[in-house]
Design a binder for this molecule. Structure first.
Ligand code: 3HC
Length: 311
């Protein structure tokens, strides 16, 4: 019964154990996991668009094949995550529908355009770099299917980050025009990438409960700081600057101080008023509509197979 269930759940959390789909769990634990995991999955799927647009325009066969592999990985990450959320009793179709109708959130970063080839490098280095910083602690999330999905995602994400770094390194050590293109991409992606970690801790309504339940292991600001500390020396190695005049090492804190981010812009993008929110959603809807016949054919074929050889 619920009392016994609650005690067992509390014990699992206190002993930092995994909660599995069949375990009793508080309704709000289930709800916040479906919320976070489905949004995470939606982010992976919409995240395919900025780079997908560059597959046909990649500057070489090598870049094209690496980019195809990466975009394919993102689709797989989406599937792992939808499957993890499904174990909590929400069907994939329901989650797809929430994205299709524009009701669901996904990471704000994907509402920004990938204007030049250097953006593909900046997305890899900064966006996937931020994703890794956020996703490594999620490998230890208390909900089993989520934490386990993250292990594989993080391995692939590291490849994504490396290929992005390599694109920017090539450009920043190329012609003056190529270096400028790389610098421009970093200038545009730096702020929005830092905002991938969520709003400041004092404006993060979900953090406290999510940390109490060992879903979120570190606060938004702690992970954001960890990411800033990582990319400052990397930017120096790239020979590029980060667009933040307040960035400077703070000996006392043992971290880099960084400037204020534009949270008005962030909340406006999350609300749907970013540069490309409408285009991203329209593209997703068109893909779902155009692919309906494939899903129907596959379902009809499976039904015929089942009829032909009932188990
Ligand atoms: N974009 C859109 N919405 C965001 C956001 C962002 N960058 N950051 C926060 N939000 C939303 C939250 O979803 C929440 O709204 P909700 O209650 O309606 O869900 C609200 O803003 C307040 O934020 P909180 O900090 O209270 O919310 P969380 O505790 O959920 O923390 C989070 C936000 C850190 C993003 C957390 O949900 C998380 O760690 N999610 C899993 C990781 C993830 O989704 N990463 C996104 C990128 S995936 C990616 O980059 C793929 C790569 O391979 C390309």
């Amino acid at each position: 019964d619920a009392r016994v269930g609650w005690e067992q759940f509390q014990q699992l959390i206190e002993e930092d154990q995994r909660v599995e789909p069949r375990d009793w769990m508080p309704q709000n634990y289930r709800k916040t996991l479906v919320r976070q995991i489905s949004q995470h999955a939606h982010s992976e799927i919409i995240g395919m668009q900025p780079e997908g647009n560059w597959i046909s325009r990649a500057p070489s066969l090598k870049r094209k094949s690496v980019l195809m592999a990466k975009v394919q990985d993102e689709a797989g990450h989406g599937l792992y995550l939808y499957s993890a959320a499904e174990t909590l009793g929400t069907s994939r179709d329901e989650m797809y529908q929430q994205l299709y109708t524009g009701k669901a959130k996904y990471s704000s970063i994907f509402n920004y355009p990938a204007r030049t080839w250097a953006d593909v490098g900046a997305v890899g280095w900064l966006v996937d770099g931020a994703a890794i910083t956020n996703q490594v602690p999620l490998c230890r999330a208390s909900f089993g299917p989520y934490g386990r999905a993250m292990v594989r995602v993080c391995k692939e994400e590291s490849f994504h980050q490396r290929q992005g770094w390599e694109i920017l390194y090539t450009l920043s050590h190329g012609t003056e025009a190529q270096k400028q293109m790389a610098q421009d991409a970093v200038d545009r992606f730096y702020g929005p990438a830092l905002q991938m970690f969520g709003p400041p801790d004092d404006e993060s309504p979900n953090s406290q409960q999510s940390m109490a339940w060992n879903i979120k292991r570190f606060s938004n600001d702690v992970l954001r700081q960890r990411f800033v500390d990582m990319i400052v020396p990397q930017a120096e190695a790239l020979g590029l600057t980060l667009p933040d005049p307040d960035l400077k090492w703070n000996e006392e804190r043992g971290h880099y101080d960084y400037g204020d981010l534009d949270w008005d812009e962030f909340f406006s993008v999350v609300k749907g008023n970013g540069p490309l929110n409408h285009q991203r959603l329209a593209h997703y809807r068109a893909a779902r509509d155009d692919g309906a016949w494939v899903r129907e054919a596959a379902a009809a074929y499976a039904a015929k197979q089942a009829e032909a050889s009932p188990r």
